[in-house]
Design a protein around this ligand. Structure first.
Ligand code: FES
Ligand SMILES: [Fe+2]
Length: 456
């Protein structure tokens, strides 16, 4: 792998996950950001689309892998393929619709035409303009070489050496499946894609969803008080200090939240109609997840690097990076595909009220991230080390009935894991080297970066 980022002192001086140090220049530096596009987004598995967005042959959605626009297309044989949404003539977007159904894609600049796989199949005036000498097989759109499907979710990567998606997911599958695998018919995205821009670095959002329940009682206090039937309980500091909850970390991913009866939660967030429907259909969830996992569904989740969801409010999103100081949030509401329409609609409305561009919780989070990014405009501010030490040294493996490394809900184990993986990728380590380090950590051995990387 090519060399990582050349920063004075090396990236290892800026980010020290084992000690819980993060220097905020990683949220502002344009050179670091450009390297992230190459070394993080260019080498990780990235969420592309959900099955329900691609219902039939020719169905497509336009999305991004980092800042690269890609088209994700259902093929005639039922498989899903993806390719760079960039015409090989002069680089215009091949398809300009967000989503739809098509037989071919025609570039709006000079009209080169591509099939559902991204192969170049039509060149206007081919005889006269190109003397019939253009080899169309050489000028197809750049294909995303690897696509994986996990319970209806499609992920893609440009990397040829990143582990298979299931290995990349690792123990995070337990937490992902608590949502993705709860229902026999899987999930469905309803209500389209909500998109909005937040002036913040993508890592603030990804890391928060991986790791941060600590902000909930403070940042979301007013929303909780407004929603709660017993506002005084929240005002007095709910959730109570003894409320059980854990945080998981592994492979850069994270999941964390309080444990709570999912029926109680359903009543609190969605009201009695949803609670009763859920109670009537509990057997299905228990069959798929076991008896206690539904009550341990963790609120915040991120699959490294930028795909996040909430387990309690049904929202999923990608934090598309847009420069060091901006993200485009693309969010979807997920519902059980087999639920009746009135239940789907009820879920959609609650999700919109809580997490959407104007959602009562969403706006709290965005406000914090925007404000931090503004503070980081200061020279001193962007070079003053952050404390990411919560719960450092108190991690446990395979405890509390959970697979993998976990810690108390109020900890930053997943944040440290997130920055660990980020650092490994940004240091230019190969996936084989990253795998060795992961194995060494599992074995409880120190896993320092190789000497030559430390010197970079
Ligand atoms: S840029 Fe697409 S046909 Fe010219
Ligand atoms: Fe939040």
């Amino acid at each position: 792998m090519s060399s990582g980022v050349a920063v004075p002192g090396g990236l290892q001086q800026l980010v020290e996950p084992d000690r819980g140090y993060v220097n905020p220049v990683i949220y502002t530096d344009p050179a670091i950001y450009q390297k992230e596009l190459e070394l993080v987004f260019g080498r990780s598995w990235l969420f592309l689309a959900h099955r329900s967005q691609l219902p039939r042959a020719g169905s497509f959605v336009q999305t991004y892998m980092g800042e690269d626009p890609v088209l994700v297309v259902r093929q005639r044989d039922g498989s899903v393929k993806a390719f760079l949404n960039q015409c090989r003539h002069r680089g215009m977007r091949i398809c300009r619709s967000d989503q739809g159904v098509s037989k071919t894609f025609t570039c709006s600049y000079h009209g080169w035409g591509y099939d559902l796989e991204g192969n170049l199949v039509h060149v206007p005036k081919e005889s006269r303009a190109y003397r019939d000498e253009i080899d169309k097989t050489r000028w197809g759109a750049l294909k995303v070489p690897r696509i994986a499907e996990h319970k209806g979710f499609y992920f893609g990567t440009w990397s040829d050496d990143v582990p298979e998606f299931e290995d990349y997911l690792g123990d995070m599958a337990y937490y992902f499946d608590a949502v993705a695998g709860a229902w026999d018919d899987g999930l469905e995205f309803v209500g389209g894609t909500a998109k909005w821009v937040i002036d913040t670095n993508w890592k603030f959002a990804s890391e928060q969803f991986a790791s941060d329940m600590y902000h909930v009682p403070i940042s979301h206090a007013s929303a909780m008080i407004a929603l709660s039937e017993d506002p005084r309980a929240w005002a007095a500091g709910d959730p109570p200090d003894e409320a059980p909850g854990r945080q998981f970390a592994g492979n850069g991913h994270g999941s964390g939240g309080f444990w709570r009866s999912h029926l109680e939660h359903a009543e609190f967030s969605f009201g009695p109609e949803y609670r009763d429907w859920l109670a009537a259909n509990q057997d299905e969830i228990h069959r798929n997840l076991g008896a206690d996992r539904p009550d341990k569904v963790l609120a915040h989740n991120t699959i490294f690097p930028n795909f996040s969801w909430l387990g309690l409010t049904p929202t999923m999103r990608v934090w598309h990076p847009r420069g060091p100081g901006q993200i485009e949030v693309w969010a979807w509401t997920y519902v059980p595909a087999g639920a009746p329409d009135r239940i789907k609609d009820l879920i959609r409305r609650v999700a919109q009220r809580q997490f959407s561009p104007a959602g009562v919780f969403e706006t709290d989070d965005g406000e914090n991230w925007t404000e931090i990014q503004l503070v980081l405009r200061g020279y001193k501010a962007r070079t003053t080390t952050f404390n990411v030490q919560m719960g450092l040294g108190y991690e446990e493996r395979d405890s509390h009935g959970l697979p993998g490394l976990s810690n108390d809900v109020y900890s930053e184990t997943a944040a440290r894991g997130f920055y660990q993986r980020w650092l490994e990728l940004m240091s230019g380590l190969t996936w084989a080297e990253i795998g060795e380090r992961e194995a060494a950590r599992r074995a409880g051995e120190p896993a320092a970066l190789p000497r030559e990387v430390q010197k970079a």
